[in-house]
Design a protein around this ligand. Structure first.
Ligand code: UDP
Ligand code: MG
Length: 317
């Protein structure tokens, strides 16, 4: 089992944090090399996810100065998950183990030591799990919690309070590369690879600089994406709802017949209005959910590439 470590860091408009992140990682990697925990060929690869600022310039400058740093430039902004995947798939042939983390230093880089220890003990996947979220806003905490709960309720097995800070062995990455879906939700897929798995706990800090690249809208679509990629439970729920309404409608039918034969048919305008609107609304909702899945099939059937790499800077010797 070799010990070449690659760090993969997706970056979207992160010019403010990159130099600091690079500095801290450089120290960390040098320490690890000094302790002989990792090979000298270990690298830090920043994936520029089509940033609109000087992120790529910063990455290029880092690469020029120190061969420890490499970069992947995506041709367009494809989102965090795709950027991460681009990085993982590109480095898997050079690395023995890969750790993915965010650019903003919210993930405690000291957890890397423990992740590597677990790898050496034979773990293929080591999840970084936030032991507390003191630094996150109440809103972020509540939405994140709701997200994990819903995901698990819907049958997608995600690790609670684990974002994309994790170590994966080469073998686990090869496993990952066999999943062919276009809409890839890594946090749901990785547990499906199998292989020996462990977790490492860490305190999640504040964003070092800049602001979150995950505003509410993106977070919501991330959640819908996650659920519909992993579970057909919403479809089952519609079926059950339809069944329930069918039972209610039999009751309504009997009730209407009774009213008809007792000659009281003019009353009931309210009931009529309410049921027309309620059922109309439910039908539209159900159509929407079905539509989500059809949309998924449509996108998957085209099999478009998830990202296109414009440039890859890596000094692999
Ligand atoms: N990111 C990315 N592409 C995007 C949005 C975000 O590569 O379209 C990166 C971003 O640069 C950061 C990571 O994904 O390294 C997580 O984003 P952020 O820290 O803004 O999310 P939060 O921690 O607020 O959930
Ligand atoms: Mg962050």
């Amino acid at each position: 089992m070799g010990n070449i470590l690659y760090l993969v860091i997706p970056c979207y408009n992160e010019e403010e944090v990159l130099s600091e992140t690079a500095l801290r990682l450089e120290n960390k990697i040098n320490d690890l090399i000094g302790e002989k925990k990792i090979d000298e060929k270990s690298r830090v690869i920043f994936v520029n996810d089509g940033s609109g600022d000087r992120t790529w310039d910063v990455i290029q400058a880092l690469h020029q100065k120190n061969k420890l740093f490499g970069g992947i430039n995506l041709s367009l902004n494809r989102g965090h998950q795709n950027a991460l995947l681009a990085g993982l798939m590109t480095v898997k042939e050079y690395a023995d183990m890969v750790i993915s983390m965010d650019a903003d230093l919210q993930d405690d880089i000291n957890a890397i030591d423990e992740m590597i220890d677990k790898y050496v003990q034979g773990m293929d996947i080591v999840y970084g799990v936030r032991s507390s979220r003191q630094k996150d806003t109440f809103f972020k905490k509540a939405t994140a919690e709701g997200f994990y709960k819903t995901m698990n309720m819907m049958g997608a097995n995600t690790v609670f309070n684990h974002a994309d800070y994790r170590l994966m062995s080469k073998r686990a990455l090869l496993g990952l590369s066999q999943f062919g879906e276009v809409n890839l939700f890594l946090r749901g897929i990785v547990p499906m690879i199998g292989y020996p798995t462990d977790v490492v706990y860490y305190e999640r800090g504040e964003r070092f600089a800049g602001e979150s690249k995950y505003p509410l809208g993106k977070m919501l679509s991330f959640a819908v994406e996650g659920i519909t990629s992993f579970s057909t439970k919403p479809l089952r729920m519609i079926t059950l709802l339809g069944f329930f309404i069918f039972i209610v409608s039999i009751g309504m039918l009997l009730y209407s017949l009774v009213r008809h034969f007792t000659g009281e048919t003019i009353v009931g305008w309210t009931t009529l209005m309410v049921s027309v609107w309620a059922i109309g609304g439910l039908i539209l909702l159900a159509l929407g959910v079905v539509g989500e899945y059809i949309g998924k099939i449509y996108l998957e059937s085209k099999g478009r590439p998830r990202y296109i790499i414009e440039q890859f800077l890596n000094d692999d010797n």
